[in-house]
Design a protein around this ligand. Structure first.
Ligand code: G4P
Length: 289
């Protein structure tokens, strides 16, 4: 299979617009809440956020922590804390971990609150925005975090494109639309991870290749996941491995020939829907072995 079938120079054109919008919106806030996918927290970050968000308080939320390996989640939490970032594991879909976000916001903004206090400014709410690459759960987070109880505060001067602030409580206001960061990958592994977590579109990559890479990864890190779902032990021959999945899931073409492309798609779907169990695609660097 071609090494270059994932085009790492790919850059989605409409992301230029997203970048411009982000630069404008970020000027309006004190705090940037960055959402990443807990299964691949580095691949699902866009490193440009460090530049875009400099001088702002920063929080990282490891979302979809329910789909990632619990032990690895803890390692990532530690990793980001060591970098001086405020971090939390959450599940935006069922709301777990969200209760702690408020106090983390206050902690992350302690310096700003203190600055305001010294200047005699009281009760000025912290303004925050949510950012992240596609599919990490930004909208789900805003909906769950802001909930139904909150009120929109309406347009205010300086807020363009109809952006609105959601008043979360007396201390915090959240921009109601998330900032969309563009996926960035300079290496093939990151491209593959982004594809697996559904942050880049399937039509820019080869699903068969992605499936083969996933089998290799699972064989190495989580062999029991393949065994449990498809009742086979993967070997070195990737065609045979895909054939085993095709047999287990009854993927057949006319004439009872095995349909390997369908098996590849099913495998990827099983990963994305969590049917292969809780899996982390990335480990912090010093923990890889
Ligand atoms: P985005 O704004 O960053 O693009 O992401 P969005 O909120 O649309 O979420 C993308 C998908 O991820 C959604 O699933 C959403 O339900 C799911 N999701 C978000 N947070 C979590 C989480 O913490 N855990 C799990 N397991 N899933 C999460 P979908 O299948 O695209 O939509 P739907 O079936 O939920 O409607």
């Amino acid at each position: 299979m071609s090494e270059n079938s994932i085009n790492i120079n790919w850059y989605p054109g409409h992301m230029t617009k997203a970048k411009r919008a982000m630069q404008e919106d970020i000027k309006l806030v004190d705090l940037v809440i960055e959402i990443v996918d807990a299964r691949a927290p580095l691949s699902s970050r866009n490193p440009d956020i460090d530049e875009l968000g400099k001088n702002k308080a920063r929080i990282i939320l490891l979302n979809k922590s329910d789909m990632a390996d619990g032990r690895v989640n803890d390692l990532w939490e530690e990793y980001f804390k060591k970098q001086g970032l405020f971090v939390l594991k959450i599940n935006a879909r069922n709301g777990s971990g969200l209760k702690q976000v408020n106090s983390l916001v206050m902690e992350a903004c302690a310096a700003k609150i203190e600055r305001d206090r010294k200047r005699g400014i009281k009760n000025r709410p912290i303004r925050a925005m949510v950012v992240g690459i596609p599919n990490v759960g930004k909208s789900t987070f805003i909906n769950s975090f802001a909930g139904k109880a909150c009120t929109k505060t309406g347009n205010k001067p300086g807020v363009t494109r109809g952006n609105q602030w959601i008043r979360l409580n007396k201390n915090v206001e959240l921009l109601d639309t998330p900032g969309i960061l563009w996926p960035k990958f300079e290496d093939r592994r990151i491209g593959l991870n982004l594809a697996l977590i559904g942050s880049i579109k399937d039509d820019i990559l080869n699903i068969d290749e992605l499936a083969v890479e996933l089998i290799k990864f699972l064989t190495d890190r989580y062999p029991e996941a393949l065994r449990a779902r498809y009742s086979f032990d993967a070997g070195d021959d990737m065609t045979e491995n895909l054939e085993s999945i095709a047999r287990a899931r009854n993927c057949l073409l006319k004439g009872n020939e095995l349909d390997l492309s369908k098996a590849a798609t099913l495998l990827i779907d099983d990963f994305r829907s969590g049917h292969l169990g809780r899996l982390s695609l990335e480990m912090p660097k010093n923990q890889e072995d």
